[in-house]
Design a protein around this ligand. Sequence first.
Ligand SMILES: Cc1cc2nc3c(=O)[nH]c(=O)nc-3n(C[C@H](O)[C@H](O)[C@H](O)COP(=O)(O)OP(=O)(O)OC[C@H]3O[C@@H](n4cnc5c(N)ncnc54)[C@H](O)[C@@H]3O)c2cc1C
Length: 212
Amino acid sequence: LIDHQGSDLSVARAARVSYEAAWRAGKDVGSDAKLIRYLWTHEHTSPFEAVTFTFEVKAPIFVLRQWQRHRTWSYNEVSARYTELPEEFYVPSAENVGEQATKNKQGRQPSALDRTGELFSYRIACEAAFDTYRELLDAGWPRELARNVLPLATYSHMFATVNLRNLAHFLSLRLDPHAQWEIQQYAKALTFLIGPIVPVCLDAFRINGELP
Ligand SMILES: Cc1cc2nc3c(=O)[nH]c(=O)nc-3n(C[C@H](O)[C@H](O)[C@H](O)COP(=O)(O)OP(=O)(O)OC[C@H]3O[C@@H](n4cnc5c(N)ncnc54)[C@H](O)[C@@H]3O)c2cc1C
């Protein structure tokens, strides 16, 4: 978490302007919590936009590709046109590979198969891609084309800014077991990072079943 503006109190304050009530400056925490739960339950969501967060994210390109489908965030990502990408790529753990799910066409399911040998091939393929990348750069290829040989497992890096309302929506989709396991881990990390700042809002999202 690089930066944030606001907290639970900002949500209560933004809502109370509707009826010109005095700010309670967080003195009546119980009342703020009740109000926040009421707002979320009744889809009075604009007060949740009073809180914003900026995260610095390092993740494999396939995770960032899923993440950036969320159009309500603002992003700035490292440009592989400007700069060479370091040789860093994601390798799943052998226990976490599993196999293609039979009930969910997009997902995976646990498997008793030993994936150690295949993971060796996976790693060799990624290393070979980076070898080619460097060969092309050494031969004078422009960075914007040489990068095309790199795998989706390559780590990239971005700053991402979002307000709390849209973050709640992201979390509801990406903490869900239907989301890919890897992006679920990032969603869990975000929940952990914002927990101390908006604990009451997080509880409200959970009460309504938006978050697990
Ligand atoms: C498990 C899972 C599987 C997925 N599989 C695929 C897939 O196979 N292929 C694929 O292409 N995508 C896939 N997606 C991406 C998905 O379709 C959404 O693009 C992504 O989850 C972002 O959701 P969103 O549009 O609600 O969020 P945001 O873009 O953050 O938008 C938030 C909300 O704003 C509103 N909004 C934003 N932009 C518009 C707009 N232009 N018009 C109308 N309303 C708008 C909507 O109410 C939207 O819910 C998948 C997502 C998940 C979670």
